[in-house]
Design a protein around this ligand. Structure first.
Ligand code: 8YV
Length: 326
């Protein structure tokens, strides 16, 4: 019997390609070219499955042009690159890669928070530039993490991981806002108190964004929200670009509306708003919150196992639109 045909849209671990090749006729992209939508559509002809990484947009136009496609397996927990309604309408399953990246991503969120509050990037640039000639009492004085109020917007698995780190590791008071309030047991386990978004903005010393991107969360943090925050506050975004209005944030950082920001994600990435590149009080990282090799391998394996599970046994592991038939 002919093996089903799949496309792996970006370079991934060779062992994952090898595993896929045991079950599928695989076209891979190990040179990691960035395909246009037209190129992706052309490559998908005759393919039943595609392994995506979060950067490939799967929408109604592409689906209409790829009638053989049955499953798109994302190597990412976020799936805003999928038009899930269009996929469901076209009978195409989407899967994501949750859980396996939760703790790694929470670690990074906390690291970025600490680097931001303690001005590590700014201080390192200063040192590398040869500007360190003497000690002074307020040189790169930042704000404390321990004992401060940690605000979390978006309290899913990663948000809860950050809450636990703050509460148990650093004695922080944790407040959160989410579309729906957590059950009492989870709140108690995270030592987190539910507040309104307005109270979160006004009260947090450090605010971490961990909510999914959608039309509803577009510019959830813009000029009006930044204006509500404390002038001493730090803001960390490890969720998605587009949740923060980057132009408004750069303006707020320059005017010290808030003290500092740490950003791992950007509107229109890998481009970064030019104003963010010139303000000193921001730590910028290139979307690496899940980037440890064991975690990236686990994410790739989960995407691969979704393709294998669905196309071979009609049993995807982490389906997003469960009612899609094979
Ligand atoms: C990915 C992410 O590295 O999982 C997510 O949603 O943002 C990152 O872990 C990125 O999306 C590329 O797959």
């Amino acid at each position: 019997m002919n093996k089903p045909k799949i496309l792996v849209a970006r370079a991934v671990f060779p062992e994952v390609i090898a595993k896929l090749a045991q079950h599928f006729d695989v076209e891979s992209n190990q040179t990691d070219e960035l395909w246009t939508k037209a190129q992706l559509t052309a490559k998908l002809q005759g393919k039943q499955g595609v392994f995506t990484t979060g950067g490939e947009r799967i929408d109604a136009e592409l689906l209409a042009a790829c009638p053989d496609l049955k499953i798109c397996a994302n190597m990412a927990v976020g799936y805003n690159n999928f038009d899930l309604d269009a996929m469901t309408a076209a009978g195409v399953l989407g899967t994501n890669a949750p859980d396996v990246l939760t703790e790694t991503t929470a670690d990074f969120g906390f690291a970025l928070l600490m680097a931001t509050a303690r001005r590590m990037a700014e201080a390192e640039h200063f040192l590398r530039a040869g500007l360190w000639t003497k000690w002074s009492y307020d040189m790169f004085a930042g704000s404390d993490i321990h004992g401060a109020t940690l605000g979390i917007l978006g309290m899913g698995r990663i948000g809860q991981g950050i809450a636990r780190r703050g509460a148990y590791g650093f004695g922080m008071e944790v407040i959160y806002h989410n579309r729906s309030r957590l059950d009492a047991a989870t709140e108690a386990e995270c030592r987190a108190n539910y507040v309104s978004k307005e109270e979160l903005l006004k009260t947090a010393d450090h605010l971490v964004l961990v909510l999914p991107y959608s039309a509803a969360s577009h510019h959830a943090i813009g000029a009006p929200e930044l204006a509500l925050m404390k002038p001493t506050a730090t803001l960390v975004n490890i969720a998605r670009g587009g949740i923060v209005d980057d132009a408004a944030l750069a303006h707020a950082l320059r005017n010290k509306t808030i003290a500092a920001a740490g950003l791992d994600v950007f509107e229109g990435e890998p481009k970064v708003h030019p104003d963010l590149l010139t303000v000193p009080n921001v730590v910028l990282t290139p979307h690496i919150a899940s980037a440890t090799l064991p975690t990236r391998l686990a994410m790739a394996n989960l995407a691969a196992d979704n393709l294998i599970g669905f196309l071979l046994n009609n049993k995807p592991l982490t389906p997003l639109n469960a009612k899609v038939p094979i």
